[in-house]
Design a protein around this ligand. Sequence first.
Ligand SMILES: [Zn+2]
Length: 332
Amino acid sequence: MKICNSCILTENFPGISFDDKGVCNFCRSYKPENVSLEAKKQYEDRFVALTAEHCNPSGYDVLMAYSGGKDSTYTLDLFVNYFRLKVLALTFDNTFISERSFVNMNNVTESLGVDHLIIRPNPVTLRKIFMVAAEKELYSPKAMERASTICTSCIGLVKAVTLRTALEKRIPFVGFGWSPGQAPLQASVMRTNPSMVRMTQKAIQEPLCSVAGQNALSQYFVDEEQFADPQRFPWNIHPLAFLEYDEDKIVARNRELGWEKPQDTDANSTNCMLNAYANQVHMNRYGFHPYAWEIANMVRSGVMAREKGLEKFVCGENPDLVKYAKEILEGR
Ligand SMILES: [Zn+2]
């Protein structure tokens, strides 16, 4: 299979073409000046200025979408120790979280001294959603370029539950641990608003409700009463876009907080035991790896070496992990 000589995208990636040096069109149109140190500093300064203005002394400053994985653990530490904010960590338990990941979350929240809220939705509903997502595409062609259908479903619920919780608790900032490959710098300090949320929510809520039933998921999404109060809508912040991102340093810092890499997850996840199956389904369906886009972005911007990027998916998924999730979803 042909692979770009500069990033790691393969010839099966939608819309890809190669020049005579074997470099893809996405690498050729990449603009490094968009992620310069000066540009990053502006976003950091903006966030710091906003916290001075909007943090509420009687509540939490940040609601952190805390998966227990490597990046969200490190981001949680940044909010607490670098930005010195009062954080509530929120974990969405998709029922496939690795046991070690729960140990990690307990160790880290204790080391950092933060409150931790875990929401574990009805497993029957969740598995129904994951089963259908494994059988057919539920979202737009653009979505499938960025992640597997199972992952998009799960993350869609995570974002919905997190936003709804921030609105209910009147928390001004919502923190995410998106890596620089997952989300652009330009969106790293961005206020949410009702019209934007209506649009993004619809794209997830409608397909999911068609699977789970109209009222099965309404408690996770923003409701009309909340939409009517735009002042309450929080800023989404993903600081890994504007601060240094170095996987080795991240793992080293996490270890100091009692975090260890789980041994029972795939190469692209440090908390989820459903991911290997989700990746395999996507590979079978589309012929390219669902993490290719994200890893290619990191290789292109220099935060990950190309060799390390290739390692993340060239060896294929662990068949035991794929089987584990498949059997649970099929009720065996
Ligand atoms: Zn490329």
